[in-house]
Design a binder for this molecule. Structure first.
Ligand code: PMP
Length: 369
């Protein structure tokens, strides 16, 4: 009964992040809040060097490795500083100090930010972009003109604001691919061996803000101290310390671990992908069948996590957000930089939530057409 009551009070949260988490995970965390596993303390209160927390972080890593199928020779790190600090750490760690060169694909707000930060620190080249089209499609990546001395090629695989997804990883002509997967992490199976590094901020698909999961091929992690780079910005420090060089975001790691177990219990990432595709199809079909709503991303590049759409009339958009909120469908406003509407339908959004949104859109259209 308690569980039912709690479910009933919850709204459908379409936020791009921090985002909805699985009720089952929140319920377990609530049950374990005061006394985790007979320790008499909550995970928030225990030493990061305790036996109980050691088990939590080791299990989280093992479950993630199993879920993704991370091959030998890759390190899994639990980091802090948000996904954004990786925009700095990636050039600082992977490009030759001061003289480094790297190539960036710029196809939305987050790759643009990473590129801007790269430019501050090294020679960063924009080798493909769709900025002149307001980031409404993925640029042509079929024959990338990779810079011969580039240390890596950088992508943001799912652009959260613009709702774009790279569905086929580009041929980087032998250069290491570094990918920001923040808004599509664990939404589908991936081939980890295609990447030199991939990373994700937790607050969309896997847990609370404050944790970043990074998976890095070991031979890319510098073996020597990088002069002038703070220790905590060096991946070597975190790899050597097994993410425990200093106090990690313990509680966040614990929740990520619960989410990993939950995704395993669903049947793994193949199953998760099918669920996500079904939700996205329902929403995109509704948009495509509508005379009021239009999707803003090119069809072939549509994200199945972030779905931006517009009515074309800012007053209608604002009314839609207001009335949807009153109906228990929250955070449907588009990103402040692009306006319009956006539904983020991460792993934890149930099909029923998307059904409720589609029914609401239909009603809104009939009332306003
Ligand atoms: N990359 C992507 C794809 C994102 O969506 C976001 C946040 N929305 C970030 C990076 C930045 O994350 P953080 O706020 O954790 O720095």
């Amino acid at each position: 009964m308690r569980e039912e009551g709690q479910r009933m009070n919850r709204v459908y949260n379409f936020s791009a992040g921090p985002a909805q988490l699985p009720v089952e995970v929140l319920q377990q965390a609530a049950d374990e809040m005061l006394d985790y596993g007979g320790t008499g303390t909550s995970v928030m209160e225990m030493s990061h060097r305790s036996a109980a927390f050691t088990q939590i972080i080791e299990d989280a890593e093992a479950d993630l490795r199993e879920l993704i199928g991370i091959p030998e020779g890759y390190s899994v790190l639990f980091l802090q500083g948000g996904a954004s600090i990786q925009f700095s750490n990636i050039p600082l760690n992977f490009a030759k100090p001061k003289h480094g060169v790297a190539d960036y694909i710029v196809m939305g707000q987050w790759s643009k930010k990473a590129f801007s930060e790269g430019k501050r620190l090294i020679t960063a080249n924009k080798i493909a972009t769709s900025e002149d089209d307001n980031f409404t499609h993925v640029p042509d990546l079929s024959d990338l003109q990779v810079t011969p001395d580039a240390d890596y090629v950088y992508i943001c695989e799912n652009e959260t604001v613009h709702g774009l997804k790279i569905w086929n990883l580009p041929d980087t002509k032998g250069k290491d691919l570094i990918a920001d997967l923040s808004s599509c992490f664990l939404s589908e199976p991936i081939d980890a061996s295609r990447y030199g590094m991939f990373y994700a901020g937790a607050q969309k698909n896997i847990g609370p803000a404050g944790v970043v999961v990074a998976v890095i091929r070991d031979d890319l992690i510098p073996t020597e101290d990088i002069e002038g780079v703070p220790l905590l910005c060096q991946y070597k420090t975190e790899a050597d310390g097994k993410s425990l060089y200093n106090t990690p975001p313990c509680y966040g790691i614990y929740i990520c671990g619960l989410v990993f177990k939950y995704l395993k219990s669903l049947g793994g990432l193949e199953v998760v992908k099918e669920l996500n595709e079904a939700k996205a199809k329902l929403l995109y079909d509704a948009i495509d069948d509508s005379r009021l709503f239009n999707g803003t991303a090119a069809k072939q590049d549509r994200s199945i996590m972030n779905v931006p759409f517009v009515t074309g009339n800012p007053d209608f958009d604002a009314r839609f957000v207001k009335e949807a909120t009153a109906a228990g469908l929250i955070n449907l406003k588009g990103h402040r930089s692009v306006g319009g509407l956006r539904a983020s339908i991460y792993n934890a959004m149930p099909l029923e939530g998307v059904q409720a949104l589609v029914e609401f859109m239909d009603r809104f259209e009939k009332e306003n057409a």
